[in-house]
Design a protein around this ligand. Structure first.
Ligand code: FES
Length: 211
């Protein structure tokens, strides 16, 4: 049977470039796909002066297309400024891979979103966000959609673990419907902090558990 994948896709799938975490990353993000439930993480190192991406890596929990796209976007983004890298489209990534089956478009979109979110994470941490919209409950809820519930591999919002969100004068309070001594509570707490703390107008993040 003929493979639906180009030779380039298969090559990047078998031997992906720039795989793994960067421990002291300047920006990082994890994105999940609502279409298939798979995830991708992207890590970047950025030259503070030139804003050039000096190093980049990814980890994929997705399919062959996602792994190949993760690999190719690290190649496309390395050496580019944040502004240039942000403009890389899924079509460019798919073209660089010699095409992807249409049904797999969301896999390359996921990798591109991971890259854009890692850039956004860097900009938030470095006070570079231009559009300073106030943090609302909706903003917090959207961020919590990017925190996985490790028990089922879906996000906290979709698995109804978020009981309360409050935003008041720079303090964000989140109540998670799990006992505080649950084995995944520390990991969930850390992930929430990572997602909410960089918001420009947030001074404090209070995370509580229900028991
Ligand atoms: Fe989930 Fe491709 S099917 S990333």
């Amino acid at each position: 049977m003929k493979s639906p994948y180009s030779e380039t896709v298969l090559e990047h799938f078998r031997h992906p470039h720039n795989v793994g975490a960067i421990e002291d990353a300047d920006g990082k993000a994890q994105e999940g796909s609502p279409a298939c439930g798979d995830m991708v993480s992207v890590y970047i190192k950025v030259d503070e002066k030139t804003k050039v991406i000096s190093d980049i890596s990814f980890e994929s929990y997705g399919c062959a297309s996602n792994i190949a796209t993760g690999s190719i976007i690290t190649e496309l983004a390395k050496g580019k400024t944040l502004e240039e890298a942000r403009k890389i489209t899924w079509k460019e990534a798919a073209d660089a891979l010699g095409g992807l089956p249409k049904i797999k478009a969301h896999c390359s979109v996921l990798a591109i979103e991971g890259l854009r979110s890692a850039i956004e994470n860097y900009e938030e941490k470095h006070g570079l966000v231009k559009e300073r919209k106030p943090t609302t409950m909706e903003v917090v809820r959207n961020r919590l959609k990017k925190v996985m519930n490790p028990m089922v591999g879906l996000d906290l919002v979709r698995t109804n673990l978020v009981q309360t969100i409050e935003v008041k004068k720079g303090t964000v309070r989140v109540v998670i419907d799990l006992p505080a001594d649950h084995q995944f509570a520390p990991a969930i707490q850390e992930e929430i902090r990572e997602k909410i703390e960089p918001l420009w107008d947030v001074n404090e993040v209070a995370i509580e558990f229900t028991e």
